[in-house]
Design a binder for this molecule. Sequence first.
Ligand SMILES: NC(=O)c1ccc[n+]([C@@H]2O[C@H](COP(=O)([O-])OP(=O)(O)OC[C@H]3O[C@@H](n4cnc5c(N)ncnc54)[C@H](O)[C@@H]3O)[C@@H](O)[C@H]2O)c1
Length: 331
Amino acid sequence: MPAPEASVRNQTAGIVGAGSIGSAFAIVFATAGHSVVVQDPDAGSLEKAQARVATSLRELREFDLLEGSIEEIASRIGYVTDLRQAVCQADFIQECAPERLELKQPLFTEIERHARPDAIIASSASAIPASQSMGHLDSKHRCLVCHPGNPPYLIPVIEIVPAPFTDPDIAEKARQFFAAAGMSPIIVRKEVEGFVFNRLQGAMLREAYCLFRDGVASIEEIDSIVREGLGMRWSFMGPFETVDLNTQGGLASHALKMGPAYARMGKERGQDDPWTAELVERATAERRAALPIDDWQARTEWRDRQLMALLGHRRRMAANQSTDTAAKAVS
Ligand SMILES: NC(=O)c1ccc[n+]([C@@H]2O[C@H](COP(=O)([O-])OP(=O)(O)OC[C@H]3O[C@@H](n4cnc5c(N)ncnc54)[C@H](O)[C@@H]3O)[C@@H](O)[C@H]2O)c1
């Protein structure tokens, strides 16, 4: 990965929309040393955003997750109702308005009108691709989606999703901008609705709704199976590494043993995407490049130590919580 250019630091960022995502991005950008102007047409939303930023900065400090002084970081953030003021000086503009195409399209027209010609214009959209929301702009070559998790100052990944019209240099500059801010940017290779994050989340949610609908498990039981089961490993490895380590012989062996059962479950839901031999071969080649089979045993031992550390952390958190609750009950 190329080192971030010096020009990625000390920039001016404009944030359009001061809700959950806009106020959280203000923290990401200000802690990275940028000057930030947050805009929202609703003054009440700006007031709430300012209060939320102050609280989050204090909490980040309590958890030892903040470098620098709270006052200095907060002083880098300005709050305005006027869109022009937020974007006219910005090097990087992050749109965080509601997920409605009919709202985002004219908003991007306005942003383009006031932005510097060299500013990057990014949308936080959860599912709407830039082709739909920004394809009508004259300068669409500098437009793309940069989709965060919620809140972006705690969830490091950010999907950089260029449209076919986005200049690849712009996607790379966006990647460097977020990497320099301490995030984990991934450039998504093809523009699809929902990108990768929400497609994965959607796959699980679709099945969870079906299981709940069919009376197989309650909402709490499904949440518990993820919280106490699947999610434990997913907090430090992805689904491919998980199954690669679950089966002697790795991913290929897992696909051989479990592929037909998963194909039947998919068919039950009207999906017909079997893991073909060619597909499994390509996936296996990527996994074996990342983890040679000779290192497989050591990695499973690493996984187990990660789980031990996680379990220890969860038990300590639960014990602290019950101490806090008991202290509150006494006072
Ligand atoms: N909340 C999430 O989990 C999440 C995660 C990733 C991405 N996103 C995406 O980020 C975007 C913002 O989501 P959110 O959860 O922060 O929404 P939100 O409802 O919390 O905030 C939206 C803000 O936009 C403001 N707004 C309305 N019209 C505006 C306009 N014309 N110009 C500027 N601001 C305007 C509203 O006053 C509000 O403060 C959406 O596209 C959403 O899909 C959300």
